[in-house]
Design a protein around this ligand. Structure first.
Ligand code: PGA
Length: 248
């Protein structure tokens, strides 16, 4: 399978930031891995202009479960697709924590995204307290099964493992800890989906940076990364794209 380097800009970036995208594309016009950036929604269509004719794919950071309606401030999957998105991040821990998104809600959003033709990047991850209590796999297993819609396939979903305590902190789990969770995700997906689970991309996210990318990408069942802070700068994200391309 082709690996995926996904950047999550979160609530960062304005028109001026598009120069970073141009620089990224200049340095990495044809990477061996897939390259995806998920900017704030107002930047999507302008970033789509910059990405036009290139291999860069774009995604949203959330969508509503309904197609349209009286939902002030929300954005539907169809609107993201219309603005140039092919993917959407769903159930990011910041949305689960700050916007109280449940597994059920994430599943509803994933259904809407897939019905629209978007690839749903479903995020799971434990808090530090849950890890310290030895509950990591229980928490992640429940999030995965609760958030994954029936009928999901390797063509329609990507799973991102993002330990909450590793996001934006500079801390990461040990390499064996990452490998353990990814193996667990693969086996849970296999029980649910059968052989197609081997083709589902499993991303690691949480303080991925140029200096740790290669060792994380060398782990079994790590098929790419979801990158926050380091995706904002072309040089850093480009180095991560290069490491993932080398990992083949
Ligand atoms: P980080 O964020 O790379 O800044 O830790 C990752 C994420 O939240 O997707």
């Amino acid at each position: 399978m082709r690996k995926l380097a996904a950047g999550n800009w979160k609530m960062n970036g304005t028109n001026a930031s598009l120069s970073e995208v141009a620089a990224l594309l200049k340095a990495h016009p044809a990477p061996a891995c897939e390259m995806l950036l998920c900017p704030p929604a107002p930047l999507l269509s302008r970033m789509a202009d910059v990405a036009s004719g290139t291999q860069l794919r774009l995604g949203g950071q959330d969508c509503h479960a309904e197609v349209s309606g009286a939902f002030t401030g929300d954005i539907s999957a169809a609107m993201l697709a219309d603005a140039g998105a092919t993917h959407v991040i769903l159930g990011h821990s910041e949305r689960r924590a700050v916007h109280a998104e449940s597994d059920d809600m994430v599943q509803g959003k994933a259904k809407a995204a897939i019905a629209t033709g978007l690839i749903a990047i479903i995020c799971v991850g434990e808090t530090e307290r849950q890890r310290d209590a030895g509950a990591t796999l229980d928490v992640i297993g429940a999030q995965l099964l609760g958030s994954l819609p029936d009928g999901a396939s390797s063509a329609t979903v990507v799973i991102a493992y993002e330990p909450v305590w590793a996001i934006g902190t500079g801390r990461t789990p040990t390499l064996p800890e990452i490998a353990d969770v990814h193996l667990f995700l693969r086996s849970r997906l296999t029980s649910r989906m059968g052989a197609d689970a081997l083709e589902v991309r499993l991303l690691y996210g949480g303080s991925v940076k140029p200096s740790n990318a290669a060792e994380i990408f060398a782990l079994p069942n790590v098929d790419g990364a979801l990158v926050g802070g380091a995706s904002l700068k072309a040089a850093d994200f480009g180095a991560i794209v290069a490491a993932l391309s080398d990992a083949g």
